[in-house]
Ligand binder design. Structure first.
Ligand SMILES: NC(=O)c1ccc[n+]([C@@H]2O[C@H](COP(=O)([O-])OP(=O)(O)OC[C@H]3O[C@@H](n4cnc5c(N)ncnc54)[C@H](O)[C@@H]3O)[C@@H](O)[C@H]2O)c1
Length: 360
């Protein structure tokens, strides 16, 4: 019997969740959005039989095995708890929650309900990440001592005054929005226990219309813009490993770069996407490389992988279905999400205090 899924929130990522679920053999049977017209339009576009304006009604009326949550960040935790209480598996967009305390409650609820709770860290499902993990698991890099995680944009503010730039709806700016590379670096490093975080955030350009990206949500004329534009930070781990991070929506960088580079005791590596123009996928170039010393020489190896313009988003939605069916291991776990959110919390706390923050 196929797995029956309901979508919560007709956000842009539905474009990837729905084909990903269907590719893995699941049925998308309903969609709920507080805006009835958004739900009805998405239902028509994706050929989904039922649409709802109330999540509670969708959960009560439909025989669902699982839901996917594609709403502004503030609603990730309450909707996840509501779905888990109804014994549904949950695929939730990133960030997992507004902070670590919320993520921790979600992790406990998933464990109690004995249901999958998987977050959409779609960059783990990119062909480059699968390839890198194959090499990492076979020991090609030795111990990964250090990594640098970057998601930096020059002109990439996703709209002014909407939920993305309103801290009480989003949890923060690019640190929390573009947390994918921090997650990917931690994944490569085997998710070590964080120890200390020292970081700074900057607000320059956050109100400057010249720094708006080519995507995002419509501007809200009298809306709030109270989040950071850029962040730089350093994380140490109990294992002795270290991570340098940079995230920006608006900063005077060369242009958009999405990358994790790391240095191991046997080899180094990088997974990198660079852009000709910020945010325009057709201008992007992906690389996946190994750095070695061989026969007394410095050798760089390109790992050739198929192109994936969806950046793993379809594959990661398929993994959710495969994990419910127990055909694949989940690509991420709630415990990892809690650790990641503790680092994010500490980045903001360190930026506020100007001091290193101990992660507990
Ligand atoms: N993985 C990725 O690459 C990626 C990319 C973009 C956005 N996202 C994430 O997807 C989520 C949604 O972002 P978006 O840009 O699509 O937002 P959006 O504002 O375009 O869409 C969100 C939808 O959720 C609906 N909604 C709001 N509250 C709701 C509730 N309580 N119940 C039901 N529906 C509700 C809204 O009416 C809206 O239609 C965010 O968490 C964002 O971080 C992930």
């Amino acid at each position: 019997m196929s797995i029956r899924i309901g979508i919560i929130g007709a956000g842009g990522m539905a474009n990837y969740h729905i084909p990903g679920f269907r590719a893995a053999g699941a049925e998308v049977v309903a969609i709920a959005d507080v805006k009835g017209d958004a739900a009805a339009r998405a239902a028509a576009r994706y050929n989904i039989p039922q649409s709802y304006t109330s999540v509670a009604r969708m959960l009560a009326h439909e025989k669902l095995d699982a839901v996917s949550i594609i709403t502004p960040n503030k609603f990730h935790q309450p909707l996840t708890l509501q779905a888990l209480a109804a014994k549904k598996h949950v695929f939730c967009e990133k960030p997992p929650a507004m902070n670590a305390a919320e993520a921790s409650v979600m992790a406990k609820a998933a464990s109690k309900a004995r249901r999958q709770l998987i977050f959409n860290f779609n960059n783990r499902a990119r062909p480059e990440a699968y390839a890198m993990m194959d090499y990492i698991r076979k020991g090609a890099f030795g111990k990964i001592n250090s990594a640098q995680a970057l998601w930096i944009r020059r002109t990439g503010i996703p709209g002014f005054g909407g939920w993305f730039t309103t801290k009480k709806l989003s949890g923060g700016g690019p640190v929390i929005d573009l947390l994918h590379m921090i997650d990917l670096a931690l994944y490569f490093m085997d998710y070590p226990q964080p120890d200390w975080v020292l970081a700074q955030t900057f607000r320059d350009f956050i109100d400057d219309k010249a720094f708006k990206g080519p995507w995002g949500i419509p501007d809200v004329a009298r809306g709030v813009t109270d989040v950071e534009a850029a962040a730089h930070g350093f994380v140490t781990f109990k294992t002795g490993q270290v991570l340098f991070l940079r995230n920006s929506w608006a900063e005077l960088n060369r242009g958009e770069e999405i990358s994790v580079t790391f240095q191991g005791t046997k080899a180094g590596g990088t997974v990198r996407r660079t852009f000709g123009r910020d945010g325009l996928d057709e201008t992007s170039i992906d690389t996946c490389q190994l750095f070695l010393q061989e026969n007394g020489r410095s050798v760089n190896r390109d790992i050739i992988v198929p192109a994936d313009p969806s950046m793993g988003r379809i594959r990661s939605a398929s993994n959710f279905v495969q994990a419910i069916a127990k055909h694949e291991a989940p690509l991420n776990t709630p415990d990892q999400a809690v650790k990641l959110m503790k680092i994010i919390d500490a980045v903001y706390a360190s930026a506020r205090s100007g001091k290193p923050v101990k992660v507990r």
